[in-house]
Design a protein around this ligand. Sequence first.
Ligand code: RIB
Length: 360
Amino acid sequence: VARTKKKPERRITIKDIAQEAGVSLGTVSHVITGKMPVRPEMRRKVVEAIRQLGYQPSLLARGLRRNKTSIIGMVIPDITNPFFPAVVRGVEDVAFQNSFRLVLCNTDNDPEKEESYLRELHSYRMAGLILIPSVSSQISTLVDLEFQDVPVICLDRRPEDWTGESVTVDNVQGAFEATNYLIKLGHRSIAMITGSLHLTNAVGRLEGFRRAMRKAKLDVEQEYIQEGRFDRISGYDKMRILLQHRPRPTAVFCGNDLIALGVLSALREAGLRCPQDVSVVGFDDIELAELTDPSLTTVFQPGYQMGARGATLLIRRIRGTAEKNSQHMVLPTELKVRRSVAPLVFTHKPSRTTKSGSSD
Ligand code: RIB
């Protein structure tokens, strides 16, 4: 039996679609890329031809031809931290509206993992890169030495040596207002548990705390400043340390909400009540902040807006319509007053004995 060799199917091109639909190549391309408006009846013809011919556009092939894709690479510390999804969502919505797609990577705050992701994304010819830098990020060096050909923007944390574009919040002011609120309610022994002080936003929040204390002429005992990481475990551990100090702080300002959640656990475990024994303030205003018991007073930072503004700046840079100088956008924060803070008069009970047996 003579074997008949199956002829390989010819790849459908946009020329075939244009012919089938009876429109120009440009119209087909505008429909496929979504980059230019196309009249509805023309669009219908093109879509119908695509369906008829079973056309599958290869974005990869297009990216290789142009040496650039329509994909934005986003590298963040950890999507399981409840603050970051809003930022990612803001980026994605703006990217989608502008016909860009998003690829997301988690660094676990590890600068080496961050660097290898950034290099790979760069080699895949991303249209632009968005980074929430890890602790000790090398982004400035990478951009100076290797990434001259791709726009990069930093969100949320702006490394000290970063001269490119960024969107952050006013960390100093947010922390100042939170601390001031505690002071106005009569608190004097106020502690702070910070995020890693290798991160500029953690340093900014500490600076805001110190400024408010200075303004009220209040001393900050060195032991009252505990450096944690932006996570629940370090909040718990550092609060246990603070509970050993005498006098015990009557209020704790936390570098973020996850730290505050850890603080609430440590208080509960020690048999102390929040806010009657210790007032607690967070930073971020994650969704959980409303659901804790008591609900958490915290500094809201507009994560979604941060992502959306960042993506807008980046896309302008990609399209060459951005301003000449790099933008550094600083968004305002807002104190959300809930139930985890009480005036000092109701909180300070010097003779109270904790579960661990220690007393004030
Ligand atoms: O919760 C995550 C924290 O790290 C936030 O406060 C945010 O600012 C990020 O840097």
